[in-house]
Design a protein around this ligand. Structure first.
Ligand code: CP
Ligand code: NVA
Length: 332
């Protein structure tokens, strides 16, 4: 049997190009099986721990429904629901959970925590988001892009616009570079992806044939892009005061109808991992409106609700892709 480490998913490059594409095929098959009522549970008798040090809607629910659909059981430990990180070390928690569960999902802050957990758990560990990476999100995102543009993965172009240092931007950069895609990051210099990461992406691109562009020049980055992707301007775990610094930096990079049109293609689609600030219906949205006079932040309501927006398809695909990860790791 394969080692726990080889069945873990800690960072976006863990699966490698072939493994990533195989996982997408597995997810597409599971999606079709569920739709047609022919899903066959492969996880009966498995127990899965879901450990979240930050809140979640999609990731948690996707793991839960994926597990239930496949006959497994889950236990959710939320940000305040266990001793982890306070009374008990990560290593001790890992040893305990590893002795009770067949696999562990973990969402936390620093990447080193999920890696420490994996070192001591003895069972597969799946990263449900850290400050650095969001690997399960990448599977859903590339599946969604492939659904809209079937065929060669290398032919797909996408442009991330906004906070280039966030976990999602970093993950999109590394994923596209690994898979051989046409990936662009448009961000102000102050929020550009860290240099070592860009260098690493360029190295991967040499092997995969990917085209990688990191620039603060929005027009160049958008040219011809089939997908435009953005993320919140301030991520979970970052200081609230960051809004004051980032709003002026990122306002030129908000995804508006003009930005969508600037690709020069009529069929450009809009992606977002969610949650998002696209109007003033949320508490955060109202605060941003009051303080900065912006209705919506990283994307306008017009774009978010347009026919080009495929964000809820993307959210549903979290289920099918996470299910693929669970079945590949623990399936009978
Ligand atoms: N996209 C995503 O990870 O959403 P949640 O924070 O709701 O899990
Ligand atoms: N960058 C965001 C993604 C949420 C899914 C965050 O970390 O808060």
């Amino acid at each position: 049997t394969r080692s726990a480490a080889s069945r873990s998913l800690l960072t976006v490059t863990d699966l490698g190009r072939e493994g990533f594409l195989e996982m997408l095929d597995r997810a597409a098959a599971l999606k079709e099986a569920k739709r047609s009522g022919r899903e066959r549970p492969a996880l009966a008798g498995r127990n899965i721990a879901l450990v979240f040090q930050k809140d979640s809607t999609r990731t948690r629910c996707a793991f839960e429904v994926a597990a239930y659909d496949q006959g497994a059981h889950v236990t959710y430990l939320g940000p305040s629901g266990s001793h982890l990180g306070r009374e008990e070390s990560v290593a001790d928690t890992a040893r305990v959970l590893g002795s009770l569960f067949d696999g562990i999902e973990f969402r936390g802050f620093g990447q080193e925590t999920v890696e420490e957990l994996a070192r001591h758990a003895g069972v597969p560990v799946w990263n449900g988001l850290t400050d650095e990476w969001h690997p399960t999100q990448m599977l859903a995102d590339v599946l969604t892009m492939r659904e809209h543009q079937p065929g060669e993965i290398e032919a797909i172009s996408y442009c991330f616009v906004g906070d280039g240092r966030g976990n999602v931007a970093r993950s999109l950069l590394a994923t596209g570079a690994m898979l051989g895609m046409d990936v662009r990051i448009a961000a102000p210099e102050e929020l550009s992806p860290p240099e070592p990461l860009v260098k690493g992406a360029e190295r991967m691109a040499q092997a995969s044939g990917a085209r990688v562009l990191v620039t603060d020049d929005l027009a160049t980055a958008l040219d011809g892009a089939a997908f435009i992707y953005t993320d919140v301007w301030v991520s979970m775990g970052e200081a609230d005061a960051e809004w004051d610094r980032r709003v002026p930096l990122l306002t030129p990079y908000r995804v508006t109808a003009e930005v969508m049109a600037a690709t020069g293609r009529p069929d450009t689609r809009f992606l977002h991992c969610l949650p998002t600030v696209h109007d003033t219906s949320t508490e955060l949205g109202r605060r941003i409106h009051q303080r900065y006079g912006l209705a919506g932040a990283e994307v306008t309501d017009e774009v978010f609700t347009s026919a080009a927006s495929v964000v809820f398809q993307q959210a549903e695909n979290r289920l099918h892709t996470i299910k693929a990860v669970l079945v590949a790791a623990l399936g009978a």
